[in-house]
Every structure is written in C-alpha cells, then in structure tokens.
Design a protein around this ligand. Structure first.
Ligand SMILES: CC(C)(COP(=O)(O)OP(=O)(O)OC[C@H]1O[C@@H](n2cnc3c(N)ncnc32)[C@H](O)[C@@H]1OP(=O)(O)O)[C@@H](O)C(=O)NCCC(=O)NCCS
Length: 332
C-alpha cells in the first residue's frame, strides 16, 4: 500500500504561446474597435492566436516539454496527467489522453478538467490531492486553450479579450513539510450559466446547420456582470485562503491573478490593500488565455526571477461556471 505523502512541490514550470502575435490594431481590421478602447477597458495590447492546424494538444506538448526539462525528471516517471481546458482538441477523447500518447508516456492516468478560466487551479488542486494520497508520485498539470477556435470574430465585445496559450507544471510528492503547495480553495455557482457560455455543441443544442447559422458555437458573455462577480469573488477567495492558513495579505510575496482584465486586477489589489508591485501581470501581451492564464504568468514570473526560494505565492482565478479558486504556495 502506498503511504500518504506530506507535501507536494512544483519542480518545473513551462509555457507556450503561438508565434502569431495579433495587435489591437490588427483586431481593429476585423471588428469595429480601436487600440485605445481595448487598452483602456481591458489593459490588453496584443494576444497570440494559434495557426489553423495548431491544436490545443500541440500547444500543451510544447509547454509540457519545457516543464519536464525544468524539473529535470525522466518523463517516464510521470504517472498522472491532468489537462484543464474548455477548448479540447475534440469533445472526446480527452486532450490528456492525446497528450499521453504524443509525449510517449506509459498507460498512466490521464483526464481533462473543465472549469473554464479557473481550470488551472482546479487541476492543480486535484493533482495535489491525488499525490497526497500516496497513489501517484509525479503529475503533469496543464492549462491549455485555443480560444480563437470559439471566438466570434463578429462580436467585438468578446473577441478582443482572449488569446491562445498553454502552460504546464510538474508536481512531485515530497516529504518536506515546510514548502510546497500549502493548499487550495475552489468553488462554483452554476445558477446562471448564460453569464459566460458557449450555447451549442453539447446535449442542450447539438451541432446543427441552424446552430451554426445562429453563431451559437461561439463565446457569449455578459461582460458587465462578469466584471462585478470577478472583482467580488477573487477578493473573497484570496482573503479566505489567507485566513485559512493564518497569513496576512502583506505576507504574500507575489500574487499571480487570472489575467482577464487589468481593471479587475487593480480592484483586487485595492481589496487586498496590496501594491501593484506584488502582482505579476502579462495580459498586455497575451490577453485572457483562460485555463492557461495563471500558469503562463507563473512560468514567466519564475523565469524572470520574480519568485525566490521561501516566497509565499498566491494564485487566484475566476471563470465561467461560475468557478473560482485560489492556491497558496511556499516556493521550495
Ligand atoms: C468586456 C468589458 C471590457 C467591457 O467594458 P465595459 O466598460 O463594461 O463596456 P460596456 O460593456 O459598457 O460597453 C461600452 C460600449 O463599448 C462598446 N464596445 C464593446 N466592445 C467594444 C470594442 N471591442 N471596441 C469598441 N467598443 C466596444 C459597447 O458596444 C458599448 O457601446 P454602447 O455604449 O454604444 O452600447 C468589461 O465588461 C469586462 O472586462 N468584463 C469582464 C470580462 C471578462 O473578464 N471575462 C472573462 C472572465 S474569466
């Protein structure tokens, strides 16, 4: 029988963004918008869109390879893959299974999680708990999205906000008690799916000529309501997890928030009474990459030396569902 483990540490991070950089001026050639509107309302300057033949799993592999190299592990020791995505390669099989094969791994446990923009934290939390049980030793956690595949390029209120990317971490079971992923909180409120959703393609509205003509396979969003909820919920879950582990906001060295909108992040900083210098942001260059977002920012922060051994890191996200989550990490 395998023993429950003391803690779980992140031993490697990686990310990938497609080569095709699309500026706000480029978007203004597609829909009636402007660089000025997008920058001031969202903070986004540009985003990356995958090539037509580039899939979510292709991006995920590129991110995974970097995380595996950074962790310095033999990939054959990975015994668990969890992919967070709402834009899988196909409805089934899971993108995690496609990844298992493309990475040349053994017949390990592999599955997808769908929690929209909170997906990375849901996957991180699930992976940590599976490792803590003692049944698994090394997990590959991925957030990957080809958002451009579900964007309506006739809807200026949504298509300017999102981008494509993948991010990955390697989680390893460890006997250390001082460092690692201290814990996570996740939550949901499914009372009004229409706040942010893709109406067709599931069992409610199966794909048909009519559903395609009605543009129901694209993202629909109530931007104002989502904005309000995001500010409220991200502030609440951040304070809740800090309370749970008896930390004060000022003890956090770096906050990695979901990269949806700079005004949402500004409001979060105010609610937490923390200066903006304590936040790592990159949405100006990548937009909202949904499940990839916090992993993409985490990888960048680590590679830019913004994370040091012993730092207390707070990751917080919010998304469709509604879903939300936060994780506290004491960096090893
Ligand atoms: C989408 C969002 C940027 C819109 O900002 P806003 O200040 O609420 O703007 P409004 O929705 O009030 O729209 C204001 C006007 O700008 C227009 N507009 C919308 N998108 C536009 C665009 N890309 N370019 C120019 N004008 C645009 C609207 O049509 C509206 O015009 P009207 O007043 O003539 O009707 C903002 O609501 C937001 O960020 N919401 C959260 C979205 C999000 O983060 N989603 C993902 C969560 S995980």
């Amino acid at each position: 029988m395998s023993k429950p483990t003391q803690s779980v540490i992140i031993t490697g991070t990686g990310s990938y963004t497609p080569a095709n950089v699309v500026t706000n001026d480029d978007m203004a050639k597609i829909v009636d918008t402007s660089d000025e509107w997008i920058r001031t309302r969202s903070g986004i300057h540009e985003r990356c869109f995958a090539a037509q033949d580039e899939t979510t799993s292709d991006m995920a592999i590129a991110a995974a390879e970097k995380a595996i190299t950074a962790a310095g592990i033999d990939r054959r020791d990975i015994d668990l893959i969890i992919v967070a995505t709402m834009t899988p390669d196909m409805p089934f099989p899971s993108t995690a299974c496609i990844l298992q094969s493309k990475l040349g791994l053994g017949n390990i446990t592999a599955f997808d999680i769908q929690a929209a923009c909170s997906g990375f934290i849901y996957a991180l939390n699930t992976g940590c708990n599976m490792l803590r049980s003692g049944a698994y030793k090394k997990a590959l956690i991925i957030g990957a999205e080809k958002m451009s595949s579900i964007l309506d390029f006739e809807d200026r209120a949504t298509c300017v906000l999102f981008g494509d990317a993948a991010s990955a971490i390697i989680l390893e079971a460890s006997d250390s008690v001082e460092v690692g992923v201290l814990g996570s909180i996740t939550g949901s409120d499914g009372s009004d799916p229409s706040l942010l959703y893709q109406p067709a393609g599931g069992s409610t509205i199966p794909s048909s000529h009519e559903s395609i003509d009605a543009r129901q396979h694209f993202i629909k969003m109530n931007g104002k309501e989502i904005f309000k909820q995001a500010v409220r919920v991200m502030g609440q879950v951040s304070n809740d997890i800090l309370d749970q582990y008896s930390f004060k906001p000022e003890q956090v060295d770096l906050v990695i928030p979901h990269q949806a909108n700079m005004r949402i992040i500004d409001s979060l900083a105010k609610r937490m009474r923390l200066p903006m210098e304590k936040f790592h942001n990159n949405l100006d260059r990548f937009g909202n990459t949904s499940a990839a977002s916090v992993g993409l920012a985490l990888d960048e922060a680590y590679r830019k030396d913004r994370i040091q051994s012993g730092d207390l890191i707070l990751i917080v996200a919010f998304g469709a569902g509604l879903t939300w989550g936060a994780s506290l990490i004491k960096w090893q």
